[in-house]
Design a protein. Structure first.
Length: 642
C-alpha cells in the first residue's frame, strides 16, 4: 500500500491555495474598480510594445566635439547609457539601436514616450556657470495712441543716459512691487526680483518719473514707433556687459527665445556644441514662471558633470532637490569663484544680491535648471539643484538624478526628427500569431483526448489555468511595473503551451507506467508523482535558466521573449503542483477513474497491466495461464501412461 502523504490526504488544500491566488491576482487587477463592474474592462488592459501599439521613434545624430565621424566605441557607450536611462524609467519594450555610423534610433512605446525619448538624447553634463548678463527676451515700446510730449521734455528724459532703453520703462512699471521688497530668498526663484531691482537701479527712473516720461521713450532712437515688442539687446540687460566677448554680445543681441526656430538651433550655426561648450561664454533662455522668457549670458563652466559625485534625489522640507558633491580641482575653482561672488555682489545686511553677477546658473545640456540662485556664502565641495521657484516634484527630481547617475554621454546629439509609430503592421502580425497559437492549442487538446481520453480533461484545465495565471501576471506587470508586451513576448507566451503540455505528459506517462505494473490507481498516483516530480522540476529549471541567460545576454525584442518564457516556466511549476497533481488525486477517488473505465485513459487492460498479485513474488504476465497449461499437460500424460 502506498504511503499516505499530505498531498494524498488533503488535495483540497492545494486547490484552495490556487483559488485564493487567483482571487488575489484578480482583485489586484481590478484595484479601485472592484465594486464598479462598468469599469472592469479598463482594468484588463495590457501595455503593448511599439510593434503592437502607437509610440514614438526619435532619430538622434551624434555630434563629436571636434566634428568628423564619431568613434564607434563612443557610440556603443552612448547606446548603453541611453538603454540604462530608458530602463530606469520603468518602461519595457523600448529599443535603442545604431543606424549608420552616426545615428541612434530610440523607440519607446506607450504614454510618456516623447519625454523619455527626449531624455535619452540629452548630454546630461551639468555645468555651473556665473551669470554675466540677464535681460527680458523682448522690450515693450509705448502705445501709438499715447500723446506726444513737448519737445522740451524729450531731452530731460534722456538726461540719465544717452539712449534710454525701452526695457527701463517696462522694468520700472512692472517692478514696483519688486522694489518694495527687493530682498530675494536663497531659492532659485529669487533671481528675477534681484535682476529687476538691479535694472531699475542702473538705468530706470522711479515709477512716477517713468510714467510721466514714457512717451519720450517711444521717440528715442532705436525704440519702436508703436506698441509692438522688440528684441532686447545687451543694452537692455543688467549685469556687466563689459565682461562679454564680442561673439557673446552678437549671440545675445540676436537671440530670440520665442522664435519658431529653437534657441539652440540659433546658437548652433554649424558649430558643434556651441550652446554648451564648457570652455567659452554662452547664452541661454529660460521661461520664468509669471515673468516670461529671459535671456542670459553665462561665463565658461566652473564645474562639469564629470566632477560630480554622490548624485541623489532628496526630500527636504521645502521640496525635492537633487544634491551632488564636487571633486578634484573643480572644487577649488568653485570655492574661489563663489568666495568672490558672495563678497562683492551679495549684501549680507539686506540679504539680497546687488547684481546678477551673484547668480550661479545650473545648466544641463545648455538648459537652465530653474532660475539661477544667488550665492550667499562660499561653496566648494557640494551643491544642489532645487528646480527653481516651483521646486521639483519627486518624479522630476528622481528623473534628473537618474540622468546624472547613469553617466554622461560621450557625444552630444542633435534631434534629426521625431515620428509617431502606428500599430497597423504589428496588428496584422499579432492576428497571425494568435491564429497560429489557437491552431496549436486546438491540436494539443485533440491529441490529449485521443491519446489520454478522460485524462484530457485535466490537461485542458491545466492549460486554461496556466493561461489565466499568465494573463493576470502580464496585466499586473503592465499596471504596476510599466511592462509592455511585444510580438516577441507573445511568442514566449505561446511557447508556454508546449511547456505546460510537456509537464502533464510526463506525469501522465509515469502514472500509466505504475498502472501497467499492476498497482491500484490511488497508489499509482502517488508513486507516479514522486517519479514525475523530479523530471518536471529538472526540465523547468533548465528552461528557466535558458530564459534567464537569454535575458541577460540579449537585448530589445529577444529580452522580451526571454522574459515571458521565464515567466510562463514559473507558472507551469505553480499549476502542476497546485492543480494537476491535486486534481488527479481527487479523480482517482471516483469510480470512473478509480475503477479504470475504458474511457478514463487508465484502463488496465488497454494499458497491458499485469494481474494483481499477493505474496512475496510477483508473477510475470501470462505466468498463471502457462502454469495451468503445464499442469494440465502433465496430468494428461500421467493418465495415458496409466
Amino acid at each position: 500500500m502506498a504511503p499516505r502523504s499530505a498531498s494524498t490526504s488533503h488535495p483540497g488544500r492545494y486547490l484552495t491555495a490556487l483559488v485564493v491566488l487567483l482571487i488575489v491576482m484578480l482583485a489586484s487587477v481590478l484595484g479601485g474598480n472592484i465594486i464598479k463592474p462598468a469599469d472592469w474592462r479598463k482594468s484588463f488592459k495590457v501595455g503593448l510594445g511599439l510593434d503592437l501599439s502607437s509610440g514614438t521613434s526619435v532619430t538622434l545624430k551624434a555630434v563629436p566635439p571636434h566634428g568628423g565621424t564619431p568613434n564607434q566605441g563612443e557610440m556603443a557607450k552612448a547606446i548603453q547609457i541611453m538603454t540604462n536611462r530608458v530602463e530606469a524609467t520603468g518602461l519595457t519594450g523600448s529599443t535603442v539601436v545604431q543606424q549608420g555610423t552616426n545615428e541612434i534610433v530610440v523607440s519607446v512605446p506607450g504614454a510618456g514616450a516623447q519625454k523619455v525619448a527626449t531624455l535619452v538624447g540629452e548630454t546630461a553634463l551639468l555645468r555651473l556657470r556665473q551669470v554675466l548678463l540677464m535681460a527680458p527676451n523682448t522690450t515693450t515700446g509705448a502705445a501709438a495712441t499715447t500723446p506726444a510730449p513737448s519737445a522740451s521734455s524729450a531731452p530731460k528724459t534722456g538726461s540719465g543716459s544717452s539712449s534710454p532703453s525701452p526695457s527701463s520703462s517696462a522694468s520700472a512699471s512692472s517692478s514696483a512691487s519688486a522694489s518694495s521688497s527687493p530682498s530675494p530668498s536663497s531659492s532659485g526663484g529669487s533671481s528675477k526680483a534681484a535682476g529687476a531691482s538691479k535694472t531699475g537701479a542702473n538705468s530706470t527712473p522711479s515709477p512716477g518719473t517713468s510714467a510721466s516720461t514714457s512717451p519720450a521713450v517711444s521717440a528715442s532712437p532705436g525704440a519702436p514707433a508703436s506698441g509692438k515688442a522688440t528684441l532686447s539687446t545687451t543694452a537692455d540687460g543688467s549685469g556687466d556687459p563689459a565682461l562679454l566677448k564680442p561673439a557673446t554680445v552678437k549671440l545675445f543681441d540676436e537671440l530670440n527665445c520665442t522664435a519658431r526656430q529653437g534657441w539652440k538651433q540659433q546658437i548652433y550655426r554649424g558649430v558643434p556644441n556651441a550652446w554648451d561648450n564648457p570652455k567659452v561664454q554662452t547664452v541661454t533662455c529660460f521661461k520664468a514662471p509669471g515673468v516670461g522668457w529671459e535671456k542670459y549670458a553665462l561665463s565658461p563652466a566652473v564645474v562639469q558633470g564629470s566632477d560630480l559625485t554622490g548624485v541623489q534625489a532628496v526630500d527636504q522640507q521645502t521640496g525635492w532637490v537633487v544634491t551632488f558633491g564636487v571633486k578634484g580641482p573643480a572644487a577649488n575653482a568653485l570655492g574661489a569663484l563663489t568666495t568672490t561672488m558672495s563678497t562683492a555682489y551679495y549684501n549680507k545686511s539686506t540679504g539680497s544680491a546687488t547684481s546678477p553677477l551673484d547668480y550661479l546658473a545650473i545648466v544641463l545640456d545648455g538648459v537652465l535648471q530653474g532660475s539661477p540662485p544667488q550665492v550667499q556664502s562660499p561653496i566648494s565641495t557640494s551643491g544642489q539643484i532645487n528646480g527653481g521657484a516651483g521646486g521639483f516634484s519627486q518624479a522630476q527630481a528622481t528623473t534628473l538624478a537618474d540622468v546624472l547617475k547613469y553617466g554622461s554621454l560621450p557625444l552630444s546629439f542633435h534631434n534629426l526628427y521625431t515620428s509617431s509609430v502606428s500599430a497597423s503592421l504589428g496588428a496584422d502580425q499579432l492576428s497571425a500569431g494568435l491564429f497560429a497559437a489557437m491552431v496549436g492549442l486546438l491540436l494539443v487538446v485533440i491529441y490529449s483526448f485521443l491519446y489520454y481520453r478522460g485524462l484530457g480533461v485535466v490537461s485542458v484545465l491545466s492549460l486554461a489555468i496556466a493561461a489565466s495565471v499568465s494573463y493576470l501576471s502580464v496585466i499586473l506587470l503592465s499596471k504596476y511595473e510599466a511592462f509592455t508586451l511585444s510580438l516577441a513576448g507573445i511568442a514566449g507566451l505561446i511557447v508556454a503551451i508546449g511547456i505546460t503540455a510537456d509537464s502533464f505528459i510526463v506525469y501522465f506517462e509515469r502514472l500509466r507506467d505504475e498502472v501497467r505494473e499492476g498497482k491500484s490507481l490511488r497508489a499509482a498516483v502517488e508513486r507516479g508523482w514522486v517519479r514525475a516530480r523530479r523530471t518536471i522540476l529538472v526540465s523547468d529549471t533548465v528552461s528557466f535558466l535558458a530564459a534567464l541567460l537569454l535575458y541577460i545576454l540579449s537585448a530589445s525584442d529577444v529580452r522580451s521573449f526571454a522574459f515571458t518564457l521565464g515567466l510562463t516556466t514559473l507558472v507551469d511549476v505553480l499549476v502542476v503542483f497546485l492543480f494537476t497533481k491535486p486534481m488527479i488525486t481527487l479523480l482517482a477517488r471516483t469510480e470512473f477513474y478509480g475503477q479504470g473505465h475504458r474511457l478514463s485513459g487508465l484502463d488496465p487492460a488497454r494499458l497491458g497491466a499485469r494481474a494483481p498479485w499477493r505474496g512475496g513474488r510477483r508473477p510475470a504476465v501470462g505466468t498463471a495461464s502457462a502454469t495451468t497449461a503445464s499442469s494440465t499437460t502433465r496430468t494428461s500424460t500421467t493418465t495415458r501412461e496409466a
